[in-house]
Design a protein around this ligand. Structure first.
Ligand SMILES: NC(=O)c1ccc[n+]([C@@H]2O[C@H](COP(=O)([O-])OP(=O)(O)OC[C@H]3O[C@@H](n4cnc5c(N)ncnc54)[C@H](O)[C@@H]3O)[C@@H](O)[C@H]2O)c1
Length: 328
């Protein structure tokens, strides 16, 4: 079987492509290279272009009529940017996703896996969530994900398509075989910023120390990106047995870590304590949450295999290789 991976030259999409390929599923990658890297699609069928480009998608299905499913991991993902420029975010993430869905349907693709986000939830008082927790996105970025999920559910109710929304928590790490990792030199995620601070010899900025968590810093559920990727392989294998035309599954580690705890773990793995400076909250930030992973276990037979220390270790390994791998 072949799988179309939109955003397959990005951080998560490229890892999914490697996991699929290792499992004998051929990825066909569609990516505009807005933030993705051509190097990440090496060895796979690759089309440079936009998910909203109908003729291009018709052409891809013409060349690969055996595509059995699509994974939609193409989006803009920077929360503060979405606060500053919501119009661009709704255009890129919602309007283009609607066009993409129409193009997939026209080409007879009835299986869609959507890269959604834990950011759509309102956490319970104990900062846990599961798939039945309230949907209450706190930033334009997160709202684009919730809107897409609702839009796909409406489409699935009326057409012969099934949609699986995989709601990712906070990905860390890189492909353990170091084929791909975080491509950005100046990443916006917390671990990327920690590595950057270490490389530059500057203090790591903890943004927000007054959240209702055990130490006041943001709670996150760090999940290894390879575990995220293998969940997609499991989802493709079990897709036709999923319960509804629409299913949502959380993908996290099942455990929460605060930013301070991540700082400590990073110090231990890297062998050097992290110098920190404290600052206020960023626009669009939330206290955070961690997930119960029962549904992923039950429906996908999936459990994360890597712990946070391995995620940090793989991130550090990748960051040492990144410039060479990407010919920046
Ligand atoms: N990284 C996270 O923390 C996180 C958490 C939850 C969900 N997600 C979701 O996972 C998906 C992948 O995120 P990522 O971290 O790999 O980001 P990324 O920026 O590395 O990957 C996104 C990819 O999509 C491509 N792209 C963007 N718009 C496109 C378009 N219109 N047409 C074709 N290609 C386009 C980019 O070039 C890039 O390769 C996104 O949908 C994101 O919202 C990410």
């Amino acid at each position: 079987m072949k799988v179309l991976i939109a955003g397959g030259a990005g951080y998560i999409g490229s890892t999914i492509a490697s996991a699929c390929s290792d499992a004998g599923i051929d990825p066909v990658i569609l990516d505009s290279l807005l933030t993705g890297r051509r190097e990440f699609a090496a060895g796979h069928a690759f089309y440079r272009g936009d998910i909203a480009d109908g003729p291009l998608i018709d052409h891809i299905f013409g060349e690969h009529p055996d595509i059995g499913a699509a994974i939609h991991a193409a989006a803009l993902i920077v929360v503060p940017d979405s606060v500053a420029d919501p119009i661009s975010y709704y255009q890129a993430n919602v309007a283009k996703s609607l066009a993409f869905a129409a193009h997939l349907l026209r080409n007879g693709c009835g299986r869609l896996i959507f890269s959604s986000s834990a950011a759509i939830y309102r956490a319970n008082a104990d900062l846990t969530v599961d798939e039945d927790s309230a949907i209450d996105p706190q930033s334009p970025y997160a709202r684009t994900k919730a809107v897409c999920e609702a839009m796909f559910a409406d489409i699935a109710a009326s057409r012969d398509v099934h949609v699986l929304s995989l709601r990712y928590f906070n990905p860390v790490g890189a492909d353990p075989k170091m084929r791909t990792g975080l491509q950005l030199r100046q990443p916006t995620n917390v671990l990327g910023k920690m590595i950057q601070a270490r490389e530059q010899g500057t203090p790591f900025l903890i943004t927000g120390t007054d959240w209702p968590t055990r130490d006041g810093t943001g709670m996150r559920d760090y999940v290894h990106v390879w575990d995220l990727a293998t969940a997609h392989v499991a989802a493709l294998a079990r897709f036709d047995g999923l319960p509804g035309p629409v299913t949502a599954i959380n993908l996290g580690s099942g455990a929460g870590s605060t930013v301070r705890e991540l700082v400590d773990a990073f110090g231990q793995v890297s062998g050097r304590p992290v110098e920190v400076r404290e600052a206020g909250r960023r626009p669009g930030d939330v206290a955070g949450a961690y997930t119960r992973i029962g549904r992923a276990e039950r429906l996908l037979g999936w459990r994360p295999q890597y712990d946070i220390a391995e995620g940090i270790e793989h991130s550090l390994q990748w960051s040492a290789l990144r410039d060479e791998s990407l010919r920046l």
